[in-house]
Write a protein that binds this ligand. Structure first.
Ligand code: HSE
Length: 300
């Protein structure tokens, strides 16, 4: 039996579209047990108590395990999989990435760790389509990801546990495909410069633990404004977080969750954001999280 823990992630973090991401201490757990024969899956959404019924072809944990079994030519006759879900689906918190990373890691472990970590990461990126969720889910921390003709390069930075990330989760889903369809095909030089400068500033701010520039550093012109049109009251919520003392606020991944960075006034920031969404007839809840610097971990 193995039990794997995988953190939620927040991709993009403002200016880092498809390249920056952070792991948060909100976890999905995947338990794999060998049984006589066959495949059993149990999926429990822990925050709601619901038992989920997911077709095998939509179960990314199962699909990721299968990928490793196919590549290694190894098979296990019977498996029972239990998935304990705390990362809500389709909210911009890396629920798909967590399943992909955990499935690859679990199957590799069960087949003798024959696939190297860098190759597992490449597989994860290929399954997910972009690296900014899967790499922090696997490695933890704040991660800068670059895809080039040589494959994936990344740099992980462990962040301060004192820094808090308030995630404001609305009660509706927004699938990444829909979020990507909202994006324009062409961007201007000035928007590119806007984002490059802020992505560099954000990275340097985390590196030297000076958070005074986060408000500017979290700005974006590549995706947030286009996607905000799919989220009623987005800018009211963002402003509410700043008015309550947030240091930086952005859309989390492709949304609809927002992420606010703060060192104090945490509940005030969370409640202000919930109230601002309510004014737009959207129910939401907030969680105060911090960075997870460990990534995907076998805990049993
Ligand atoms: N970088 C991706 C996007 C993350 O914004 O579409 C979503 O999974």
């Amino acid at each position: 039996m193995i039990k794997i823990r995988v953190p939620a992630t927040s991709a993009n973090l403002g200016p880092g579209f498809d390249c920056l991401g952070i792991a948060l201490n909100l976890y999905n757990y995947f338990i794999v047990e060998e049984i006589g024969v066959g495949l059993e899956t149990n999926i429990i959404e822990e925050f709601s108590g619901r038992i989920l019924d997911l077709a095998l072809e939509d179960n990314l944990f199962v699909q990721a395990m299968k990928k490793v079994f196919d590549l290694t030519g190894q098979r296990i006759k019977g498996i029972r999989i239990t998935e304990k879900i705390n990362i809500p689906f389709a909210r911009g918190l890396g629920s798909s990435a967590s399943a992909v990373v955990a499935g690859l890691h679990a199957a590799n472990y069960l087949t003798g760790n024959t696939i190297k970590e860098e190759d597992l990461l490449e597989l994860a990126v290929a399954m997910e389509g972009h690296p900014d969720n899967v790499v922090p889910a696997y490695k933890g921390g704040f991660v800068i990801n670059v895809l080039s003709s040589n494959g994936l390069s990344y740099k992980k930075l462990e962040l301060d546990q004192e820094l808090k990330f308030i995630v404001l989760i609305p009660d509706f889903e927004l699938k990444t495909n829909a979020g990507r369809k909202a994006l324009p095909e062409i961007l201007t030089y000035s928007d590119a410069v806007f984002n490059i400068s802020r992505a560099a500033l954000l990275t340097a701010s985390f590196y030297d633990k000076n958070y005074s520039n986060l408000r500017t550093a979290m700005e974006d012109k590549l995706h947030q404004d286009y996607r905000s049109r799919l989220i009623p009251g987005f800018y009211t919520v963002l402003d509410a977080a700043y008015n309550a003392g947030a240091l930086g606020v952005a859309l989390s991944g492709s949304g609809p969750t927002l992420i606010a960075i703060a060192e104090e006034n945490l509940d005030e920031i969370g409640s202000s954001m919930v109230n601002a969404f309510k004014e737009n007839d959207i129910n939401s809840r907030y969680l105060v999280t911090r960075v997870d610097n460990d990534g995907c971990t076998i805990i049993d």
